[in-house]
Design a protein around this ligand. Structure first.
Ligand code: C5P
Length: 236
C-alpha cells in the first residue's frame, strides 16, 4: 500500500433532500463529503451542520478569493459552520492567504473547527487555451509555480489534478495534502479536462481523491463508490 487515500464525495446537487439522501447512502463507504457552491448556494450554511450530524467531515469548497479582510472574515464564518477543510484561490495572492491563516490561528470559542486550508492551483476543467498568460508559459509551469507559493506561504496543501500531484509532492513538507478532483475511470469526462483514474492519482501521491459525478450520478452510488475502493485496494 503506497498510502491510504481519503475519498471525498462531492455532493454537487441542488436540493437538501437529495444531498441528505446521498450522504446517508454513502456513509458506510466514506466519512468525508464536499459541499461546494451548488449545494451551498441552494441550501445555505445550515446544510453543513446537517451533514456533520450524519458523522461526516465536511470539505467546504467555496474557493474563496477576495480582498484579505473579506477572506479573513469569511474563513471565520466557515469555522463557525464547522467546515473541516476549506479552499482559497492561490491567485488571490500572499496577503489574502496570510489573512486566511491568521483567521484560523485566531479562532475563537464560536469556531467549530480548525480547518485544513488548501490552495486551489488551476481548476481541472481548464486547459492551456483557457489561460490568459503567454503561450510560452505552460499550464504545468503555472500549476507548479502556484503550488510552490502555497508551500512557501504555509498552507496545508493544494487542489491539483492527479497528473500534477507527483511534481508538487517533490519538496513538499511532510503531511502536505494533495487533493485531486477530475477523477474518472473511463466514463465520460463531462466538463473536466485534466482527468486521471483513481489508481493513477494515488500512484502520483494524491492524499485525497475528490469524486463527484462518477458516484453521485450513478444509478447505484454506494456500489460505484465501493467499486472504486476495491480498485484501490487491489492496486495498492
Ligand atoms: O463530478 P466531478 O467528479 O467532476 O466533481 C469534481 C468536483 O471537484 C466538483 O465539485 C468541482 O467543483 C471540484 N473541483 C474541481 N477542480 C478543482 C477544484 C475543485 O473539479 N480544481
Amino acid at each position: 500500500m503506497t498510502h491510504e487515500p481519503r475519498i471525498i464525495v462531492a455532493l454537487d446537487v441542488s436540493s437538501r433532500e437529495q444531498a441528505l439522501d446521498l450522504a446517508r447512502t454513502l456513509r458506510p463507504a466514506t466519512d468525508w463529503v464536499k459541499i461546494g457552491l451548488e449545494l451551498f448556494t441552494s441550501c445555505g450554511p445550515g446544510i453543513v451542520q446537517e451533514i456533520k450530524e450524519l458523522g461526516y467531515n465536511v470539505f467546504l469548497d467555496l474557493k474563496l478569493m477576495d480582498i484579505p479582510n473579506t477572506v479573513k472574515k469569511s474563513v471565520n464564518n466557515c469555522m463557525r459552520m464547522g467546515g473541516d477543510m476549506l479552499t482559497l484561490h492561490l491567485l488571490g495572492g500572499e496577503k489574502m492567504i496570510t489573512a486566511a491563516l491568521e483567521a484560523r490561528a485566531g479562532r475563537d470559542f464560536k469556531a467549530h473547527s480548525s480547518p485544513v486550508l488548501l490552495g486551489v492551483t488551476l481548476l481541472t476543467s481548464l486547459e492551456r487555451p483557457d489561460l490568459p498568460w503567454p503561450e510560452s508559459r505552460s499550464l504545468h509551469e503555472v500549476v507548479m509555480d502556484l503550488a510552490s507559493r502555497a508551500k512557501r506561504w504555509g498552507l496545508d496543501g493544494v487542489v491539483c489534478s492527479g497528473g500534477e500531484a507527483a511534481g508538487i509532492k517533490e519538496n513538499a513538507p511532510e503531511n502536505f495534502c494533495l487533493v485531486t478532483p477530475g477523477i474518472r475511470s473511463g466514463e465520460t469526462t463531462q466538463d473536466q479536462k485534466r482527468t486521471v483514474t483513481p489508481s493513477m492519482a494515488v500512484s502520483s501521491g494524491a492524499t485525497h481523491l475528490v469524486i463527484g459525478r462518477p458516484v453521485t450520478a450513478s444509478r447505484d452510488p454506494l456500489g460505484s463508490l465501493m467499486h472504486i475502493r476495491r480498485e484501490l485496494s487491489a492496486n495498492f
